[in-house]
Design a protein around this ligand. Structure first.
Ligand code: GGG
Length: 360
């Protein structure tokens, strides 16, 4: 990697276009303070507007345009009023994840000081920062997200729909290994596997067995396996139980919306879609989507976008810049300004500017 960080900024749709400028503002402040150079390539495709003009979400040479960059900084995708969600998702984000083999989706879940938590503990007291601080590791290239299947006897009363899930040993073992390696570096050294081996009787017992085999290679890391139904209940009732939670693509997607919702707002949740071997660029994006319901009002919380930028800098070797951004986020969450999802009246821009000032 050269001394210059070459990054594509891909705002996408809806509030992705509103939080992206704040993410870039903070990255710019960090680059000035920590003395690294950023070369930002703005990308206007991978959006529903582009689809409406061209009939496709991305140009044919999208991969060539992006493959040599260091990272992709992505906003949000989807505008269901004009483009069906499965077209926009499969035409952009899922292509990035699969063709750049971003097989890890790392999604931190953390309760911050100053953010009212909707959860209470067994004594009815609000949860405190420190009670919720875990990582969701989502398998990101296979699983329940497939186009394998079909419809027979369509439109008749015999209509039959089949949708396959695909789990490979390669794909499952590499996400399990990543989760165990991560847990090994953390204080609690615990992995929870999201499973459903009582109902999904082939693939989930197989996941359980793969996790047991992986755990044998990490004797200092403990493992528990929880069915997805009780696991979601425990996210709400006992979030302090969790350290590293590893899950299939769909289970991980659901858990990584629920987790941040338990910390007050999904507007804080970042994610890193990683190709850990760095053969391809990794992608960093907020967990939230394009939120058409609040788009155009400049009220979206920019923290998920900004924190995703911090994860990107960390992955690209700028640990000090990452730490400074996270500290600035902590400070602004503790004392404002806050967007409406946090109970405040600040705009997206005001919150982004406040974080950028602290980073500068
Ligand atoms: N910034 C993330 C985003 O736009 N997500 C839209 C979405 O529906 N994603 C589904 C997924 O992450 O699997």
């Amino acid at each position: 990697m050269s001394g210059v960080l070459r990054i594509a900024s891909i705002p996408g749709d809806g509030i992705g276009r509103e939080v992206m400028p704040e993410g870039l503002r903070v990255l710019d402040a960090a680059s000035r303070r920590f003395g690294f150079q950023l070369q930002i390539t703005p990308i206007e495709w991978a959006s529903c507007d582009y689809y409406l003009q061209h009939g496709t979400m991305m140009p044919a040479d999208w991969k060539t345009q992006l493959a040599d960059l260091d990272a992709l900084y992505f906003g949000a995708v989807g505008w269901p009023a004009t483009v069906p969600d499965h077209i926009s998702l499969w035409g952009s984000l899922l292509k990035f994840r699969r063709e750049f083999d971003q097989y890890i989706n790392l999604r931190p879940v953390r309760l911050f000081k100053g953010v009212p938590c909707p959860l209470v503990d067994q004594r009815g007291q609000p949860r405190q920062p420190g009670d919720i601080d875990f990582l969701v590791v989502r398998e990101n290239t296979e699983g329940e997200y497939t186009k394998l299947g079909g419809i027979l006897f369509e439109g008749t009363d015999r209509e039959l729909v089949i949708q396959e899930s695909v789990f490979t040993r390669l794909g499952t073992d590499r996400v399990l290994r990543y989760a165990f390696e991560l847990a090994q570096r953390r204080a609690r050294r615990h992995v929870t596997l999201a499973t459903k081996s009582n109902g999904i009787a082939i693939s989930m017992p197989w996941w359980d067995a793969r996790a047991d085999a992986m755990q044998a290679q990490f004797p200092e890391v403990s493992l528990d396996k929880q069915h997805i139904d009780i696991l979601t209940a425990r996210f709400v009732l006992q979030p302090n139980r969790f350290d590293v939670v590893v899950a299939s693509n769909l289970f991980g997607d659901i858990l990584s919306d629920l987790g941040p919702a338990c910390t007050g707002t999904i507007g804080l949740a970042p994610s890193a879609n990683l190709n850990p071997e760095r053969r391809f660029p990794s992608l960093f994006e907020p967990v939230h989507g394009s939120a058409p319901d609040i788009h155009g009002r400049n009220i979206a919380n920019p923290v998920a976008m900004i924190w995703s930028g911090a994860l990107m800098l960390d992955f690209l070797g700028q640990r000090a810049a990452h730490d400074a951004i996270v500290q600035a986020i902590e400070q602004v969450l503790a004392s404002g300004p806050h967007t409406p999802d946090l109970g405040g009246t600040a705009s997206t821009t005001e919150m982004g500017e406040a974080i950028a000032r602290l980073v500068a």
